[in-house]
Design a protein around this ligand. Structure first.
Ligand SMILES: [Fe+2]
Ligand SMILES: [Fe+2]
Length: 297
């Protein structure tokens, strides 16, 4: 017979990290993409050289398709949480998907209202980007529909939360700040990046929690995680190089080495946090602090 958590003795566990993230998301995840002010961005846009405009179109097109991909591909993971009766995780994931939808909306506003670009942007998606967003990510997420095993969950979360959100998106914000924020350009777009960074810190925090829980619960999962991280890192570095392009000098004085280093550092931070879950009691993972998984306030 069906048992409802909230009409049984179980109730809701507000101490679980996903539940704390849920409460945080209700406060911090409610900004409205329609309220982003792009007035100065439209003026700044006209002052950029064609190659600067091209680079901004490129980075925004990588983000745009990336946000659409994570919106479209998240459902199977939510379904796994629901079918395992992890109500608190499912509740948190409703905010997660809502936020990704808003990220999609926000970047499209940039193309429609600032760049006024209606053409096809998929040409900016090069080999490494396509590997991750056109193949690895959807395949790993779709696998969960038929195979909700701990290994499949780990592979999905590494691809989605650690590589796409944890390494690529984080390095992308760094690029926006270095290229535009430092010169006081495109304040609407930078405000969006501030919001993204905060939302994504909860998403990555959830992924870190999920992977830590899987590591603590199943001895075999660490091997899967380690293998997948290693498999995807070269593609992630490839995407960073594709973002910078071959044209020298690089737009806005950006330096590829600096970015590859930053991405590698992000990768190492994720690995270090996950390592700590090995042999840790599951109860301790449930109560892991927001600070330990890098959630921003
Ligand atoms: Fe996002
Ligand atoms: Fe996200």
């Amino acid at each position: 017979m069906r048992v409802f958590a909230t009409t049984s003795e179980r109730g809701l566990n507000h101490e679980l990290l996903p539940m704390r993230l849920y409460h945080k998301a209700k406060r911090l995840g409610i900004w409205d993409p329609k309220e982003l002010d792009f007035t100065k961005d439209r003026e700044d846009w006209k002052t950029f050289t064609p190659s600067e405009q091209d680079w901004i179109l490129k980075i925004c097109s990588l983000f745009q398709a990336g946000e659409e991909a994570v919106t479209r591909d998240l459902l199977p993971l939510i379904r796994v949480a629901a079918s395992e009766g992890r109500l608190e995780e499912e509740m948190y994931l409703t905010t997660f998907l809502f936020e990704e939808a808003k990220h999609v909306e926000s970047f499209r506003r940039f193309f429609d209202e600032v760049a006024e670009y209606r053409g096809d942007l998929a040409g900016y998606h090069k080999e490494n980007y396509r590997k991750i967003f056109y193949e690895y990510l959807p395949q790993a997420m779709e696998r969960l529909i038929h195979d909700p095993s701990p290994e499949a969950q780990a592979e999905a979360s590494v691809t989605y939360n650690m590589i796409v959100e944890g390494v690529l998106a984080e390095t992308g914000y760094y690029a926006f700040y270095n290229a535009l924020a430092k010169q006081g350009k495109m304040p609407g777009l930078i405000k969006l990046v501030d919001y993204l960074k905060r939302d994504e810190s909860r998403h990555i925090g959830y992924g870190t929690y999920l992977l830590s829980r899987l590591i603590a619960e199943h001895d075999t999962v660490w091997k899967t995680i380690n293998k997948r991280m290693g498999e995807l890192l070269p593609y992630a570095i490839g995407v960073i190089n594709e973002l910078l392009g071959d044209e020298k000098p690089y737009p806005f004085g950006l330096e590829p080495d600096d970015f590859v280093q930053y991405a590698s550092k992000q990768f190492q931070i994720r690995m270090d946090v996950l390592e700590r879950a090995k042999g840790r009691p599951v109860d301790e993972i449930y109560g892991i602090s927001e600070q330990e998984v890098g959630v921003l306030s």
